[in-house]
Ligand binder design. Structure first.
Ligand code: NAD
Length: 250
């Protein structure tokens, strides 16, 4: 039997980059996936076709009031319940020197990386409690431990928030039958770096990675699948799994 046979999973930001690779990997492992996207309707439609309907999609700006709850309601309806939630949607928004950060920027980074993930997770709890194989997966970042690079302080700290939340919720929700884990990607070659880096910086980063290459979205999908699928990761909770080619050790 496939590792994730019948698993019903909501993946936020699940049509591109790391989330898109995970949605495909889950579908290939027998799961049914509800994936949100924010822009990129063509890619979403292509993913639905490519997976033969194992992945269904919905546009959602999860920072908009009410959208996290509406998204969870849609996913539970589309899949007939929920076994897992992957809080993948996120981003740096912009590089801003610490001294220049204002309330609007602080809100935008916090809303995108933290507040909506909390709201999605809260809305999903009743569905997860009804599942015998429930889990939550956050997507943190290597920057949660390294502090990131100049201009990414609030984003990096927001990711550290998610890593800590992973451990807190594992304790609180474990007795309710819900496992909680995170993956912490290193430098993964996605649109994220087209927005926030340069080819020169990426090459300098690559040169320092023991495995000699940047990560790919597929590199993240396997470890994420292992944490989500009860048959593989059913006794793993409260862990932040580093997926970084050796970029940061211990
Ligand atoms: P990406 O830009 O392809 O993915 C970001 C996702 O977030 C997209 O699917 C996008 O639609 C979604 N999103 C953005 N704003 C949104 C909004 N307002 N409402 C709902 N969804 C929204 O890049 P990615 O690298 O695949 O990033 C996926 C996750 O991985 C993010 O949380 C990112 O912070 C994290 N991450 C990426 C790297 C990397 O090196 N690429 C490293 C560490 C962590």
């Amino acid at each position: 039997m496939a590792e994730a046979s019948g698993l019903r999973v909501l993946v936020t930001g699940g049509t591109t980059g790391i989330g898109g690779a995970l949605s495909r990997r889950l579908a290939a492992a027998g799961a049914r996936v509800a994936a949100t996207y924010h822009g990129g309707a063509d890619a979403a439609a292509a993913l639905e076709r490519e997976t033969g309907g194992a992945v269904v999609t919905r546009p959602a700006d999860l920072t908009a009031p009410g959208e996290p709850a509406a998204t969870v309601a849609w996913a539970a309806e589309a899949l007939g319940g929920l076994d897992a939630v992957v809080n993948n949607a996120g981003g740096m928004v912009d590089r801003v020197p610490f001294a220049a950060i204002d309330d609007a920027f602080l809100d935008s980074v916090f809303d995108l990386n933290v507040r909506q993930a909390i709201k999605v997770t809260q809305a999903a709890l009743p569905h997860l409690e009804a599942s015998p194989q429930a889990s939550i997966l956050f997507v943190s970042s290597i920057s949660a431990r390294t502090g990131g690079s100049p201009g990414s302080s609030v984003y990096s700290a927001a990711k550290a928030f998610l890593s800590t939340l992973t451990r807190s919720l594992a304790k609180e929700l474990g007795p309710r039958g819900i496992r909680v884990n995170a993956i912490s990607p290193g430098t993964i070659d996605t649109a994220f770096h087209q927005r926030h880096s340069t080819p020169e910086k990426l090459e300098a980063t690559r040169a320092g990675i023991p495995l000699g290459r940047l990560g790919t979205p597929d590199d993240c999908a396997g470890p994420a699948l292992a944490l989500l699928a009860p048959a593989l990761g059913g006794y793993v909770t409260g862990q932040v799994v580093e997926v970084n080619g050796g970029q940061l050790l211990a």
